[in-house]
Design a protein around this ligand. Structure first.
Ligand SMILES: [Zn+2]
Length: 248
């Protein structure tokens, strides 16, 4: 009531001045929002925009390594991998398919609850190479949404393009607050060559600060899980510690 009376009382001022003030009152917040709100439009509350560089190294550098796992969650191999990582007290990064997140939301909750980092890997492992920014954004937002539905409050720190076919996706992902995440070393577990061979590749091929690409989904990943179990103690004995991929 008081506010209304005050408004009416000030309403007796000369028209031109009142119109000018009203206009300023309307325009100022609009201009402010145009500057501040555009950068986060459509990101449903994700963090601020990051650099669109595709990172391939760890946050800290030095004698550190980042394990990243693509194409899950998988109902068999992801729980086994989580148990191995828990046993060795190692945190990793999981690049998730939206479709599989929908199928196995409890696994995404478990990944997040265990303190691992989440990475958007598109809804259905699409090749984004020729897509427009608008098309990429639709897919990435849908994927983020299903991940958030599965694990409310979880932060989606990274985005990785399927097949390494980046197209325009780094700019879109960065504008949504996700760091484009590449890799320095691919262990080639897509066609499993045997656990011993995977262990050899990792222990002999890893370099300080490397982001390592592996898979916990998309096929029989039991060799990968066994290799991770054997490799972690070896890397630790070589002085390696486990770090997250860089965020810029
Ligand atoms: Zn993939």
């Amino acid at each position: 009531m008081t506010a209304r009376k005050t408004q009416r009382a000030t309403g007796s001022r000369p028209r031109p001045r009142r119109a000018g003030r009203r206009l300023r009152r309307l325009v100022t917040p609009l201009l402010l929002c145009a500057g501040l709100c555009l950068g986060t439009a459509g990101t449903a509350g994700t963090a601020q925009a990051v650099d669109s560089t595709v990172v391939t190294s760890t946050q800290s550098g030095g004698r550190t390594v980042s394990f990243t796992f693509d194409d899950g969650p998988d109902p068999t191999h992801t729980p086994n991998l989580l148990a191995v990582l828990r046993k060795h007290n190692v945190k990793a990064t999981f690049c998730l398919w939206g479709d599989r997140v929908r199928q196995y939301p409890h696994l995404v909750r478990q990944i997040a609850a265990d303190g691992h980092r989440l990475c958007n890997h598109t809804m259905s492992h699409q090749d984004l190479g020729g897509w427009s920014q608008w098309q990429v954004r639709q897919n990435l937002e849908q994927t983020d949404n299903v991940i958030r539905q599965a694990a409310p409050g979880a932060r989606i720190t990274y985005f990785r393009a399927p097949y390494g076919s980046w197209g325009q996706s780094p700019q879109v992902a960065a504008s949504m607050g996700m760091q484009p995440l590449g890799w320095r070393m691919d262990i080639g577990d897509w066609q499993p060559p045997g656990t011993a061979e995977l262990v050899r590749r990792i222990t002999q091929g890893v370099t300080p600060g490397a982001v390592v690409l592996m898979h916990d989904g998309g096929g029989d990943r039991s060799q990968t899980v066994a290799a991770v179990d054997q490799t972690i103690p070896q890397l630790k004995s070589q002085g390696y510690t486990f770090d997250q991929p860089a965020v810029r």
